[in-house]
Design a protein. Structure first.
Length: 202
């Protein structure tokens, strides 16, 4: 249990153990996804007149379907995506957050691409694997002495990450340790630990 007011500040490496990319990895995955879909997106734009609206399921990890949908609905164009891909690829900024801070016109598309990449990680991640050197697990042992004492923790977490892996694992730990419902565990976590996503969360 953390008895004194404590603040943790988390960067990309915090969730790396569960397969979430660091800045360079996120950049590469976005560029690769755009490269793989480039021809399809131009074809979709040409054929978008009377096409049936595609299903969009981010939870499946097939986030590029969202981009295809937006092209079909004429919300964005393949030219926007080509510009994003070229600018992001040639930019020396390894972090998409830093890149977007200087590219306001690309901000909306950039956020969608971040969501695409992170949702795929959340779909692919095996949260129940046990790793003794994982700092998430270490944190849980320190703040989770008992159901009654959990609410006595004085902890704030500021994270620069978009993913919800920490929240997912904390709720799962509470559920499976104390045989409580997801709703009870979410309420306890939200009432006890303040988690702030600086750039927003998926």
């Amino acid at each position: 249990m953390i008895k004194e007011n404590t603040v943790f500040v988390l960067g990309a490496g915090a969730s790396k153990s569960y397969g979430y990319p660091l800045s360079a990895g996120l950049k590469n995955s976005i560029i690769q996804a755009l490269d793989n879909s480039r021809n399809d997106l131009h074809r979709i734009e040409r054929e978008s007149g009377n096409q049936i609206k595609p299903e969009v399921d981010l939870s499946s990890g097939d986030g590029i379907r969202l981009i295809e949908y937006l092209v079909k609905m004429k919300k964005i164009s393949p030219r926007d995506i080509d510009k994003f891909r070229t600018s992001f690829s040639y930019s020396s900024k390894p972090s998409i957050d830093t890149f977007l801070s200087n590219q306001k016109k690309l901000l909306k598309l950039g956020k969608m691409l971040i969501a695409m990449a992170i949702c795929k990680c959340e779909y692919d991640t095996n949260f129940d694997r046990y790793e003794s050197d994982n700092w998430y697990r270490y944190l849980m042992t320190k703040i989770n002495p008992s159901w009654e004492d959990f609410k006595k923790n004085k902890l704030t977490i500021i994270t620069y990450n978009y993913d919800r892996s920490l929240e997912t694992l904390l709720v799962a730990d509470l559920m499976h340790t104390y045989d409580r419902s997801a709703e009870e565990c979410v309420d306890l976590l939200e009432d006890t630990v303040k988690i702030i996503h600086v750039h927003g969360a998926i």
